[in-house]
Design a protein around this ligand. Structure first.
Ligand SMILES: Nc1ncnc2c1ncn2[C@@H]1O[C@H](COP(=O)(O)OP(=O)(O)O)[C@@H](O)[C@H]1O
Ligand SMILES: Nc1ccn([C@H]2C[C@H](O)[C@@H](COP(=O)(O)OP(=O)(O)O)O2)c(=O)n1
Ligand SMILES: [Mg+2]
Length: 224
């Protein structure tokens, strides 16, 4: 289905005293496996560092709640632990950003695959300032998800295992892509909420010129 997608200028430009001015928008992506603590940590980051937190999973669940046809399509995909097509996801993300007057967005649960990266870059012509990667052991993530108790249809053992597979196969390559650009900031997310946030605070307190040491493992770059 064709969607009317706005260009970067339409999304990010504000008309100020009659003349069009480019509004500088800072974007940080937050990625990690299901249950790694993205939502939990994003709430704290938003509060302490003044970001607008947008959870892409939440945006998709709102579309399900709206009862639209797109919502039923999303619901089916989520139940199976799969990923929603990027044109749909990025359109909804863009709409959410348009409705908020902020210059700092923390985008939780995005990107999840190469298609997400490409759709975002094509549409906005923007890149994230950096990408926060919450690295957590799988058994810990599974334990957390099974006691999350948010009534989510995808928090059951069968779907959780499928989501882990999708993370390994589709999301990890996006981490390698951003690693090749020196944009990954990785934290050990297997620790307590407070300990994880301590490591995150160091990252968000650094100036943008503070580069992380180059990664030791070889990078399989994505063809975008
Ligand atoms: N560091 C942590 N240690 C223990 N439990 C955690 C930690 N971080 C988050 N949780 C809990 O684990 C569950 C999943 O966290 P959540 O932030 O929703 O993760 P994600 O958004 O990555 O799926 C929630 O019930 C949350 O309260
Ligand atoms: N960029 C995204 C983000 C989420 N989704 C879908 C697929 C995911 O399993 C669900 C739930 O995402 P959500 O970020 O809320 O899940 P977790 O916080 O990792 O448990 O939404 C997607 O298809 N594309
Ligand atoms: Mg979440």
């Amino acid at each position: 289905m064709p969607y009317s997608l706005l260009s970067a200028d339409e999304l990010f430009t504000e008309d100020d005293r009659g003349s069009a001015k480019q509004k500088k928008v800072k974007i940080v992506f937050v990625i990690g496996g299901p249950g790694s603590g993205k939502g939990t940590q994003c709430k704290r980051i938003a509060q302490q560092f003044g970001y607008t937190h947008l959870s892409v999973g939440e945006i998709l669940r709102q579309e399900i709640s709206s009862g639209s046809e797109t919502g039923s399509m999303i619901q089916k995909i989520m139940k199976e632990g799969k990923l929603v097509p990027s044109d749909v996801t990025v359109r909804l993300l863009q709409q959410a950003m348009q409705g908020i007057n902020s210059d700092k967005f923390l985008i939780d649960g995005f990107p999840r695959n190469e298609e997400n990266v490409k759709a975002f870059e094509d549409l906005t012509k923007m890149e994230p300032e950096f990408v926060l990667y919450l690295d957590c052991p799988q058994d810990e993530m599974e334990k957390r998800l099974l006691s999350r108790n948010e009534g989510r249809e995808d928090d059951n053992v069968e779907t959780i295992r499928k989501r882990f597979k999708v993370f390994m196969e589709s999301t990890l390559p996006t981490i390698e892509y951003y690693e090749s650009k020196g944009k990954i900031r990785k934290v050990d997310a297997g620790k307590s909420v407070d300990e994880v946030f301590e490591s995150i605070k160091v990252i968000f307190s650094q100036g943008k010129d503070n580069k992380v040491p180059p990664s030791r493992h070889k990078c399989k770059c994505l063809i975008l």
